[in-house]
Design a protein around this ligand. Structure first.
Ligand code: NAD
Length: 331
C-alpha cells in the first residue's frame, strides 16, 4: 500500500525505514501536520499515517474519502483527535498502536517526579558553571510517600509497579478496578479521596468528554498543600489557568507535565527564534518548581520500534483483509 505519513520527524523516518523492507508498502514522509491546507498531500495514496496532533475532523475525513483513502493508521495510542463517527460514515477504518511501551511513559513520569524532588535540573546547570554549592537543593524522599494514580490502564499499571519499588503507598481511581494491581497492594478509592490522601498525583487516564479538565479549581481544592502533580497523559486533563493559580498560592508544590492543553501549535517544533505567543506556557515556565517536557514520554528506541512494527502490521492486516485487531470504532 502507498501511505502518506504526516507530522514526520527524523526519528519516525529512521524507525519506519528499518522495517519497511520487510513489507511491500511504501511511505511518503511529510514534515507537515495534517490539516485542511495539507490534506491534498494524501492524494494518490491508499492510507495515511498520523500522530497525536494531527486533527482528523469531519472536513478532513470528507477530503480523505474523496482521495480514496481507506485506512488511517494512527502511530499513537490516544484517538481523541479523530472523528470516529465521520470516518465510519465514510467507510474509512482507523487502527492504532494500543501499547507501544507503557514502561517508556511510566518511566518518564518517574523521571519528572525524581527531577522535581531532587532538583537535578538545577544541579545540572549549577555544576556546569563550577558552582558546587548545595544551597537551595534540599529535596524530598519518594520512599514512604503516598502516590495517587488516576487511570490504571497499561501505563498506570507500569507506573504503579515502579512506585511499589520505591516503597510508596499507592492509591488509585479508575472506572474499572484491576485485580493485578490489587494484588500489588494498590488501594482503589473514589477520585476525591485519592486526591485528598496523596502527596504525588499522576494522571494516566485518556482524554474523553468525562475527563476533560479533570484537574480544575474544584478538584485542586481536595488536594493536600504542596502536592506534586504529574501529567504525561493528555494536556486537556488539566485546566491550565486553575493550575497556575494553585502554583501561585503554593497549593501545588511541584508540577511535571509532558503534555499541555495548547500544545498543538508549540510542541514538536523548534521555536527558539520565535516570540512565544502562548501566555500560559510562558507563565508556567517561570516557576522554579515546574518541569515541562514536549510530549517525549513515548520517545525511546524500544517504543519507536514497537510503533513501527505495529503500524506496519495494522496496514498489512488491512490490505490482506485480516481481522484488524487494533481497529477503533465509534462507541
Ligand atoms: P489504557 O487504555 O490502557 O488505560 C486507560 C485507563 O484509564 C483505563 O484503565 C480506563 O479504564 C481508565 N479510565 C478511563 N476513563 C477514566 C476516568 N474517567 N477516570 C479514571 N480512569 C479512567 O491507556 P494507556 O496506554 O495506559 O494510556 C493512557 C493515556 O496516556 C493515553 O490515553 C494517552 O493519552 C496517554 N499517552 C501519552 C503518551 C506520551 O508520550 N506522553 C504516550 C502514550 C499514551
Amino acid at each position: 500500500m502507498k501511505i502518506a505519513c504526516f507530522s514526520t520527524k527524523s526519528y519516525d523516518r529512521e524507525s519506519f525505514d528499518r522495517f519497511l523492507s520487510e513489507t511491500d508498502h511504501s511511505f511518503s514522509y511529510f514534515d507537515a501536520k495534517l490539516d485542511k491546507h495539507t490534506v491534498s498531500l494524501a492524494e494518490g495514496h491508499d492510507a495515511i499515517c498520523t500522530f497525536v496532533n494531527d486533527h482528523i475532523d469531519s472536513g478532513i475525513i470528507a477530503k480523505l474519502h474523496q482521495f480514496g483513502i481507506k485506512l488511517i493508521a494512527l502511530r499513537c495510542a490516544g484517538y481523541n483527535q479523530v472523528d470516529l463517527k465521520s470516518a465510519a460514515e465514510h467507510g474509512i477504518k482507523i487502527a492504532r498502536v494500543p501499547a507501544y511501551s507503557p514502561e517508556a511513559v511510566a518511566e518518564h513520569a518517574f523521571a519528572l517526579i525524581l527531577t522535581l524532588a531532587r532538583k537535578t535540573h538545577k544541579a545540572y546547570n549549577r555544576v556546569r558553571e563550577n558552582n558546587f554549592s548545595l544551597e537551595g537543593l534540599t529535596g524530598v524522599n519518594i520512599h514512604g510517600k503516598t502516590v495517587g494514580v488516576i487511570g490504571t490502564g497499561a501505563i498506570g499499571r507500569a507506573f504503579c509497579r515502579i512506585a511499589k519499588g520505591f516503597g510508596c503507598t499507592i492509591l488509585a481511581y479508575d472506572v474499572f478496578e484491576n485485580d493485578e494491581m490489587k494484588q500489588l497492594g494498590v488501594k482503589y478509592l473514589p477520585m476525591n479521596e485519592v486526591l485528598s490522601k496523596s502527596h504525588i498525583i499522576s494522571l494516566h487516564c485518556p482524554l474523553t468528554p468525562e475527563t476533560h479538565h479533570l484537574i480544575n479549581s474544584e478538584s485542586i481544592a481536595h488536594m493536600q498543600n504542596g502536592i506534586a502533580l504529574i501529567n504525561t497523559s493528555r494536556g486537556a486533563l488539566i485546566e491550565t489557568k486553575s493550575v497556575i493559580r494553585a502554583l501561585k498560592n503554593k497549593k501545588i508544590g511541584y508540577l511535571g507535565i509532558d503534555v499541555y492543553e495548547q500544545e498543538e501549535n508549540i510542541f514538536f517544533k523548534n521555536l527558539s527564534e520565535e516570540i512565544m505567543q502562548d501566555e500560559q506556557i510562558s507563565r508556567l515556565m517561570t516557576f522554579p518548581n515546574v518541569l515541562v517536557t514536549g510530549h517525549q514520554a513515548f520517545l525511546t528506541k524500544e517504543a519507536l520500534e514497537q510503533i513501527s512494527r505495529t503500524t506496519l502490521g495494522n496496514i498489512t492486516a488491512f490490505e490482506q483483509g485480516d481481522t484488524l485487531v487494533n481497529e477503533i470504532k465509534p462507541s
